[in-house]
Design a protein around this ligand. Structure first.
Ligand code: BDR
Ligand code: CA
Length: 298
């Protein structure tokens, strides 16, 4: 997982670290919701919370070309406020995210799945420096983008807006990509009822409740758990409707960061580079979220 915790990233990491069907090999951090020093530390806090051994490698401090803008107004100054995590954190790896990704991918017996839940800077750098890794990646399941409106600008979703040049490289990589965008993440809100059930479930539920309650983007209907939808998709693809199409990324101008879906297949002659999530069973998402947490032994 390549991530920028981030409240919803932390929840996604929680599911990935604990679900027995997922073999999480490596966590890499990227600047996004907050600076990379903070996102690295936040990823380590989650690993430490569960006493897990999954390595964390620090990644890109800034986008490839565009200037870095964080989302601390939503995720707080630390990126993961509201809960007192242990301070004795494991050390990050000595190598950079790109080196760590290369080593993990090339040393794996099986093809791996990349799950980016921040901007795609590390992924773009990895593909530029080590194009050979592409043959060892089964697929990419990435949070980001939208066929409708954005959440950063009218056109752009935050992860793609943060580093559109990286997004363009990733979408042109030739690797099968599932776009887990706002079209579903704004539908599968964690309801106020689900949030309150988390609080007294177990220590993990309390931790998630406490950090999710700090999310600056909540409404009466609930809170979007954007990044968690990637894990839900991996485990329950039957609860999500997808549509194959070509996705282009706008890299300048007023629509910078927009993911343009060739819905009619007109521009790219019906060729596709992505499987775009277009609908989700929001009730099943809430049910699964609570079940996952209730099964965690902490
Ligand atoms: C994405 O932006 C970030 O703030 C969230 O962590 C998520 O990855 C949603 O647009
Ligand atoms: Ca994120």
């Amino acid at each position: 997982m390549d991530t920028d915790p981030g409240i919803d990233d932390a929840a996604a990491l929680t599911m990935a670290l604990n679900d027995p069907q997922i073999d999480l090999k490596l966590i890499t951090s990227v600047a996004g919701n907050v600076t990379v020093d903070k996102t690295t530390k936040n990823a380590q806090k989650i690993v430490r919370f569960f006493n897990e051994k999954v390595p964390v490698a620090a990644g890109a401090k800034q986008p490839l070309i565009k200037e870095f803008e964080d989302a601390a107004r939503i995720h707080g100054e630390s990126g993961m406020p509201g809960y007192d995590f242990p301070e004795d954190l494991p050390k990050p790896l000595d190598v950079s995210a790109v080196e760590a990704l290369h080593d993990a991918i090339m040393s794996s017996d099986e093809k791996i799945t990349l799950v980016p839940t921040g901007s795609y800077t590390n992924i773009a750098l990895l593909f530029s420096e080590y194009p050979e890794v592409k043959d060892h990646i089964e697929r990419i399941v990435a949070m980001g983008g939208s066929l409708g409106k954005g959440n950063m600008t009218s056109a752009a979703e935050f992860n793609v807006f943060t580093d559109p040049d990286a997004a363009r490289i990733m979408y042109n990589s030739g690797i099968p990509i599932t776009m887990v965008g706002l079209d579903i993440t704004m539908k599968a809100l964690l309801t106020p009822d689900s949030l309150s059930k988390l609080e007294h479930m177990n220590e993990t539920g309390k931790m998630l409740h406490d950090i999710i309650s700090q999310d600056g983007d909540n409404s009466d209907k609930g809170i979007a758990m954007h990044d968690v939808n990637t894990i839900f998709y991996l485990l329950h693809p039957e609860a999500i409707t997808t549509k194959k199409m070509w996705i282009d990324i706008v890299t300048d101008g007023p629509a910078i960061g927009e993911t343009v879906g060739d819905i009619r297949g007109a521009y790219h002659d019906g060729k596709t580079n992505a499987n775009v999530c277009v609908d989700i069973d929001a009730e099943a998402f809430n049910k699964w979220f609570l079940e996952e947490v209730s099964q965690i032994q902490k």
